[in-house]
Every structure is written in structure tokens, then in C-alpha cells.
Design a protein. Structure first.
Length: 202
């Protein structure tokens, strides 16, 4: 069955102003639920909501939320009826945050949290019906904040994700990720074509 990639376009200027400034624990509201956002964790912004609204979660799907942050995409998948959600992040505080929100919302979906830089620590035999990723896409000379800094062209993590996600996508599965016009949408489309990946902008 065909695997497919969808990416949600994020027009700039995007809401990244002040994002480097650390904020105290906060709250975010999504689909009539309140999410806790711990200090040191990426707070859901417009790109987070655009992605969540674009994702289609089949009933009983196994979902990978790559770069979970506060856990908003994991929560979205659980609310949509996923049977199992993996929340993956390089930041241990983000994993704590995702667990906290699942507990506070009393979600029944099985949650697996894993500290990993992209797919590095995910077992090779694991596959998912849906993979969701809001990559760091801010062009930056230094990776001072891994939640937003995407390297010189803003593509450091996105390019690696594009190269690897198919190995973890179940037959007939779909991947969804945010594409900013800050980091060259045309280059993303070119890479997907070269890899033979069918894709759609949503």
C-alpha cells in the first residue's frame, strides 16, 4: 500500500518572536481541553495548531509524535481515537510534559515516551500508521534552542526526517509535518519527489 506525506504550510512571519525567551509554566487551550506547558518546553503556537488541524488519525491507529514538546500532537491523536501514541523528544522535560497532560486529561490511549534525537532510539521494527512532526525550522547559525533552531538553512532536522520517516511508516500510512517558507518548501518537494514519496500540501 502507498505511503504518503502531507505537509502543512506555515507562512511567515510566523509566531516565533520571543520564542527563545524562557517562560514559566503556562497553559494552552486546544479542542476545549487545557494543556499544561512546563518551563523549558516549546509552548504550542500557530504552527502547532495548524498541524493538529491538518492531521487525520484513523481509528485505533498507532501514532508517532516526533518532537512532542508539550504533547499537543500526542493528545490530539489520543482524542481522535488512536490506540497507541509514541511521544518522542530529545528534551526529557518534554516527555515529562506529555505524560503530565495525558494524566491530567485521563486519556485511555497507551502512551510510550522515548528520549531520542529523531528516529535514533526507535527500534527498527516499530512502524506507525501516522507520523507527526513539527520540526525546528528557524534558520540559525547555532543550535541554541533545539525546539526552534533548525541550522543554517532551517533544514537540519527536516532533511534527516525526510530521509528516514518511510522506514517507520506502516504500509498505507501517512506522515504529516510543518513546512515553513523560512526553510524552502520547494526543496522539500524536490527531495520527496527524488525519494519517490507521494505528497500533498494541506
Amino acid at each position: 500500500m502507498t505511503r504518503k506525506a502531507f505537509f502543512a504550510g506555515q507562512k511567515s512571519p510566523c509566531p516565533l518572536q520571543g520564542v527563545r525567551k524562557k517562560k514559566p509554566a503556562a497553559k494552552a487551550f486546544f479542542k476545549d481541553v487545557e494543556l499544561a506547558v512546563l518551563d523549558g518546553v516549546y509552548e504550542p503556537r500557530e504552527d502547532s495548531y495548524v498541524l493538529a488541524e491538518s492531521v487525520v488519525i484513523p481509528s485505533r491507529a498507532k501514532v508517532l509524535d516526533m518532537g512532542t514538546g508539550s504533547g499537543i500532537q500526542a493528545v490530539n491523536a489520543a482524542l481522535a481515537g488512536a490506540r497507541e501514541v509514541w511521544a518522542v523528544d530529545v528534551n526529557p522535560k518534554a516527555l515529562e510534559n506529555a505524560r503530565l497532560n495525558f494524566e491530567r486529561l485521563k486519556l485511555k490511549t497507551k502512551l510510550v515516551t522515548l528520549e531520542s534525537e529523531l528516529f535514533e532510539e526507535i527500534p527498527e521494527d516499530e512502524t506507525f500508521e501516522v507520523i507527526v512532526f513539527n520540526p525546528p525550522y528557524l534558520p540559525s547559525d547555532e543550535l541554541a534552542d533545539l525546539a526552534v533552531d533548525g541550522g543554517a538553512e532551517g533544514r537540519l532536522f527536516l532533511d534527516e526526517f525526510i530521509e528516514e520517516f518511510r522506514d517507520y511508516l506502516a504500509p498505507g500510512g501517512n506522515a504529516y509535518f510543518v513546512q515553513s517558507d523560512l526553510n524552502d518548501a520547494e526543496k522539500t518537494q524536490e527531495k520527496l519527489r527524488k525519494l519517490g514519496v507521494k505528497f500533498e500540501v494541506v
